[in-house]
Design a protein around this ligand. Structure first.
Ligand SMILES: Cc1ncc(COP(=O)(O)O)c(C=O)c1O
Length: 280
């Protein structure tokens, strides 16, 4: 039997030289020039004004919920088909994950089912762009509930000619090694809301006031991405289009290989089109 790996990490000389440079500077923890460069580079790719780099895609989701002050008694709608993180972070903040069905044509949230689940306790929807397929943001945004877009698996995907990650009040990405663009471990939250971005940075760095070191404005966490991780991530983000194209080639190989299988219910055409940058 042939083993087909989930992914094969492609690190170029760029990532290696940036990582070496970060190591040589001695700035190997969560502060350093590469963290800022990485945040700016991701912000440009996902067309958002602010990006806060963190230690993983799960941390990014956790941070988003903390920033929105979601806690005990609150409900957050999550898709029934996804990785465990969206539901797990809702439990971590003491909330209740409520599972919504997915639409068969995209494997992302079924807006009609989401609508039925909304009540007074609903504080947010985590909309996952599963396997590079974007959610239907036009319909979801009409529901009037705060949207957190989980684009962990969807670097390079587009909806209505805009990159995924630019639709929710905030969006999250993972840069785990199995993602199209990676940094080893790593994640980020992107938003156009500057107040929210400042608050997330505060939480990420122990709640420590940027103006007054060791003065803690809120009870925070250490969610920081390291400078070495950001250096690898920057090299990858600078090769974003190339890496996304390589992932699309793999998808195309699967599409061709599975085309004749009667049990094949994968929504290939829309998925590939969306990842490739066309409107649905
Ligand atoms: C949809 C989704 N959200 C969140 C995550 C969590 O990302 P990380 O593994 O970086 O914590 C993943 C990871 O695969 C994911 O697929």
């Amino acid at each position: 039997m042939m083993r087909v790996p989930l992914c094969q990490v492609q690190l170029s000389d760029k990532e290696i030289s940036y990582a070496e440079d970060a190591l040589n500077t001695g700035w190997i923890s969560g502060t350093g020039a590469y963290v800022e460069k990485f945040e700016r580079a991701v912000a440009a790719k996902v067309e958002c004004e602010r990006v806060v780099a963190v230690s993983s895609g799960t941390t990014a989701l956790h941070l988003a919920l903390l920033a929105l002050d979601i806690g005990p008694g609150d409900e957050v709608i999550v898709p029934a088909l996804t990785f465990v993180s969206p539901a797990a972070v809702v439990k971590h903040v003491g909330g209740r994950p409520v599972f919504a069905d997915i639409a068969p044509d995209s494997w992302t949230l079924d807006t009609d089912h989401v609508r039925q689940l909304i009540n007074d306790r609903t504080k947010a929807i985590i909309a996952v762009d599963l396997l590079g397929h974007s959610c239907d943001y036009e319909k979801l945004s009409r529901l009037g509930v705060t949207l957190i877009e989980d684009a962990a698996q969807a670097h390079g995907a587009r909806y209505r000619n805009k990159p995924v990650g630019s639709f929710g009040r905030m969006s999250t990405f993972s840069f785990h090694a199995n993602k199209a663009v990676c940094s080893g471990e790593g994640g980020c939250v992107a938003t156009n809301d500057h107040e929210l971005a400042d608050h997330m940075r505060l939480i990420t760095n122990h709640g420590m006031s940027p103006q007054r070191p060791y003065w803690h404005d809120v009870v925070g966490h250490n969610f920081r991405m390291t400078n070495v991780t950001a250096a690898i991530g920057l090299g990858q983000v600078e090769r974003w289009e190339q890496l996304v194209a390589a992932r699309n080639q793999v998808a195309e190989a699967y599409r061709q290989g599975l085309a004749d299988q009667p049990c094949n219910r994968v929504p290939w055409p829309s998925g590939l089109t969306r990842r490739a940058g066309c409107t649905p």
